[in-house]
Design a protein around this ligand. Sequence first.
Ligand code: ZN
Length: 429
Amino acid sequence: MHHRVRHAFPFRWAMRQSLRRMESASAEEITRYQERRLRALVRVAASRSSFYREWFAGSGVDPASIRTLADLPRLPLLDRSHLVHASDRFLVYPRKLMWVAHSGGTSGRVVTVHRTPGSSAFELSALQRQWSWFDVPHRPRSLLLRSNDPDPHRTGVLTRKVPGAGQLAVSSFRLSREQLPRLLEQIRAFDPQVVEGWPSSITILASLLRDRGERLPVTAVIVSSEVVTAEQLRLMREVFYGPVIDYYGQTERVAMAGNCEAGGYHEFPDYGIIELLPVEGRTDRWEIVGTPLHNWGFPLFRYRTGDEVGPSPTAPCPCGRAFRLLGRIDGRVEDTFTAANGQPLPLPHTVVKNLVGLREVQVAQLAPGRFEFRLVPTTGSDIAAAQQQALQNVDKYFGPHQTVTFRIMDHIPREPSGKLKAAIRLTNL
Ligand SMILES: [Zn+2]
């Protein structure tokens, strides 16, 4: 549904023009563009978002004094904890004009964010610009491999056409050797121009195809949400031939980056401002802090993504764009779970992403097909509703016949790194 609205958005043409202009802009022109939007967003936030109204009043900082990128650090850093509860404080427009989204990423703390239709349209336009570097058309026929189940209530259904979007969705947990011939027939009839989704899901399909000696040539493979390993890259190229387009973003939509046709990994500076915050105790790691420039209804400044990068390359990218180069983005690695029937289940944090109203949440794999949800409630948490939602999620994303248990806790144990993970595996499967 959202896709149709995004494609029809009235300012799309102007957005595309602006995005195209920025590609050949100089570093100075890019900075001027960022600062102009930053000033306007600060003005809106200071007068109309209750969080920033209170912050400016309490801090004594004059909103009009935030004028350049050098002034940005005078604004407070935000993190996930600001969006777990009462994220409405950041709203500038009435809720009903906004789209709502939830996610914990791989972190175990589910946030609620709001988006204007315009910012979603800009997001898609920014992606389409990146695709154009690889000769992918604006609306490619796309084979979509995430967790989307075509129809959880009918076992024989392998794929689903997404109306209006030109997508054929395949669920990760329906990728099996037995189903492959029938699945491949449906994929070939659809004739995809791109394969799009999670690297781990795409890799499952790629290895099934390779084992049968099949190839599925496409213009490009589009991946996001996870670190892509060298082995995954090799396999995707072997089976799908096309180049791999990788982009980075988050549910909070504060910053975006992606690779170019010359192999550089670039910030998309017209989408958001990226600051790199040194990671404590490390001299070679930085956290990505994003200030989005297009979501006028829900302004956020200096949001800590929790995602880390290594050192940026020093040589300019041969593609010639003035978009700053980023180091390798790490931190999005998750163990694959295993379903009751032995199927691999990539990115299992998907089953906790809409469990809102809890302080912390985690899903643990105890054995194949056996999962424990750990819930840390807070005042006003509706545990019964969260449990009901969790059961539905498992049915939808992991498939039927799984065993689910719940444990209510005061605190979920952290990883040795100190991080809370949304999904963990307790056994070697
Ligand atoms: Zn480049």
